[in-house]
Design a protein around this ligand. Structure first.
Ligand code: HEM
Length: 410
């Protein structure tokens, strides 16, 4: 189903730049989310194209341009950072819609809660939870990795960090899912209101307290030496939930899909577990999941076309690290790759503050999984389903293995 009606081509868009590409339903997504995006790296596709879908917007197709648009807030505004623009204009979450220097003090509040030292202190909890979840399925010889693991680990860790009840995960996920994957069943404003109504009593209860959890730190933090307004608290907390709940879940699905289909890569990690941190970076480079957008600030000539103030440009992270112009053999997964360029976590002032947490959860997942279930695959009759959107999804990931090859944790 289409998120928003298609738009007619504006006069300043040259006909040869127009393509038929709906980023919520990329053509060919049935065969794979990343392969569908990679069609935009075909030789005949320009670096900047325009699609009539989702209100009509440009799409940057090459890594260098995508990274530039992410970072260049003077020419490309984050006031609206998702398409369709009519939905993006309602988003208005802090700190993503602010440019420097206004962005900086809000961003500092998030940085403290997600600092490497804070995350490293959680490593024992993450490992214990990962081990327990894997032990629940190990002797079954099969699982749905999405349902039995990926949807549980990052979300449970996150709920601990924000100190919200685990029993509310389903509720929150329902609302954030509709925001990240709008399907027309509910309006954006309604979903946002649900989240605000849910968060408000939690915010009131923590305001003025000494709690060390992520929400308390945001709520009781200061911006330019003043306390935050209630609206600012709600906005920052909601953005944190949106950023933290969906991304790792979906990335883990793609990482495990690759490992299930590539026994040699798996065996390399089992033989040399010290390769795992580098493997995490390589999987992040090759299988990014996020597609955001920016709004053009002023009329200008750019990449051989005229851009008009208010035009939207989609900036798909799946097209950065996979670009041969940036990384040699970009489609190959090489766990020994020594340097690489990507923008899986964005680029510039808004670069993801949750990246260290995400990397830690992915690394621990691979370490704990491979040490218990070294050999696993996708059942031959499985039909994998993928979804596009702001965050790409593999919808359910069935895995099977021979129980005799598994090991209990040492
Ligand atoms: C694999 C996992 C993740 C990916 C791929 C990812 C990706 C991204 C990207 C591409 C951006 C840039 C947004 C922009 O420039 O418009 C971003 C920002 C953000 N992410 Fe993540 N993210 C991940 C995990 C997390 C986690 C675990 C959290 C929180 C616990 C988080 C919270 C945020 C927040 C709050 C922002 C906005 C920062 C700002 O505006 O300054 N993310 N993320």
């Amino acid at each position: 189903m289409t998120v928003s009606p298609t738009a007619s081509k504006p006069a300043h868009v040259p006909l040869e730049r127009v393509i038929d590409f709906d980023l919520y339903h990329p053509p060919g997504i049935e065969q794979g989310f990343h392969d569908a995006w990679l069609k935009l790296h075909a030789e005949n596709i320009p670096d900047l194209v325009w699609t009539p879908h989702n209100g009509g917007h440009w799409i940057a197709t090459r890594g260098t341009m995508i990274a530039e648009v992410f970072a260049d807030y003077e020419r490309f505004s984050c006031r609206v950072m998702l398409v369709p623009k009519s939905v993006g204009e309602q988003h208005q979450m802090l700190p993503v819609v602010l440019a420097p220097p206004a962005h900086r003090p809000y961003r500092l509040l998030l940085n403290t809660s997600l600092a490497p030292r804070t995350v490293n202190n959680l490593e024992g909890d993450i490992r214990a939870l990962a081990g327990a979840l894997i032990e629940r399925v190990r002797l079954n010889g099969h699982c749905d990795f999405t349902r039995d693991y990926a949807e549980l680990l990052p979300v449970q860790i996150f709920m601990r960090m924000v100190n919200l009840p685990q029993s509310d995960v389903g509720l929150i996920k329902g609302w954030t899912d509709h925001i990240v994957h709008p399907d027309g069943r509910m309006t954006y404003q309604k979903e946002k209101q649900h989240l605000y109504d849910y968060l408000e009593p939690h915010i009131d209860a923590r305001f003025g307290g000494t709690g060390e959890d992520m929400l308390s730190r945001i709520i009781n933090g200061k911006v330019n030496e003043r306390a935050l307004s209630k609206a600012e608290m709600l906005s920052l907390c909601m953005q944190m939930l949106l950023g933290g709940l969906d991304t790792v879940v979906n990335f883990l699905g793609f990482a495990m899909l690759f490992l299930a289909q590539n026994p040699d890569h798996r065996r390399a990690l089992i033989a040399e577990p010290e390769l795992i941190p580098n493997a995490v970076g390589e999987l992040l480079r090759r299988f990014p999941v996020v597609t955001l957008a920016r709004e053009v600030r002023q009329d200008m000539d750019y990449a051989g076309v005229q851009l008009c103030r208010g035009d939207m440009i989609a900036i798909p992270t799946p097209l950065v690290g996979t670009d041969e112009r940036l990384n040699p053999e970009a489609l190959q997964v090489d766990f020994r790759r020594s340097t690489s360029q990507h923008a899986t976590f964005g680029n510039g002032p808004h670069i993801c503050p949750g990246a260290h947490l995400a990397r830690t959860e992915i690394r621990i997942t691979i370490e704990e999984w491979l040490s218990r279930i070294p050999d696993f695959e996708i059942p031959s009759d499985a039909l994998l389903r993928f979804r596009g959107g702001l965050v790409g999804v593999v919808d359910g990931l069935p895995l099977v293995w021979n129980v005799a090859t598994t090991r209990a944790a040492s």
